[in-house]
Design a protein. Structure first.
Length: 190
């Protein structure tokens, strides 16, 4: 759970910093001819490319980690006598399985980071079509995907605390209660 919240939070915080830095700190002439509109999409596109690069290299790093654990297992099995290859008593086999699981978790986390970033940035780009007329009141709509993502993160945190505090008999019932609470808070918050 914490990996997902860290991924989502880092996306939202990074995009908020870039969003407001490009809005308020970068003076520029816009294509609409007004100097009030200081929104630079190039920074946000760079963030998207950076997220893709991080996802690719996290996948590669996880694969290298898993392959090195597999090679270590093969070397130990060849040199040690009396240890079976896939035995649960073989420490190299345990290390190999740990390497596979770590690789999968790291890769999935990187893919979620990239997908979440791409979804928010695509929403911002769709919102820029509303600014074609130069209407400054619609600029707040560009921050709407970030606001929705932020509310989702806070309701997930609240739901996880409710999950820890609830005293129910089954884990499925506790998850249903926390999910219902977080969903209702998200609907009310938006």
């Amino acid at each position: 759970m914490s990996v997902g919240l860290i991924n989502a939070s880092s996306v939202v915080i990074g995009l908020l910093i870039l969003f407001f830095a490009s809005r308020f700190l970068v003076p520029q002439e816009s294509e609409f001819g007004t100097s009030m509109f200081n929104f630079n999409l190039n920074m946000i596109v760079g963030f998207a490319f950076g997220a893709s690069a991080v996802a690719v290299f996290s996948r590669l790093g996880g694969g290298i980690f898993a392959k090195s654990a597999e090679k270590a297992e093969t070397e130990i099995v060849e040199k040690e006598t009396g240890i079976k290859d896939k035995s649960p008593y073989n420490p190299a086999s345990v290390a190999n399985e740990t390497g596979q699981i770590t690789s999968n978790i790291g890769g999935i986390g990187a893919d979620v980071f990239e997908s979440f970033t791409a979804a928010i940035i695509a929403s911002i780009f769709l919102g820029t079509s509303l600014l074609a007329g130069g209407n400054m009141k619609t600029f707040g709509l560009l921050s709407l995907p970030l606001i929705i993502a932020s509310v989702g993160i806070f309701t997930s945190i609240a739901g996880s605390y409710l999950l820890r505090a609830s005293e129910v008999s089954t884990s499925r019932q506790a998850i249903n209660i926390a999910e219902g609470f977080a969903s209702n808070c998200f609907i009310i918050g938006n």
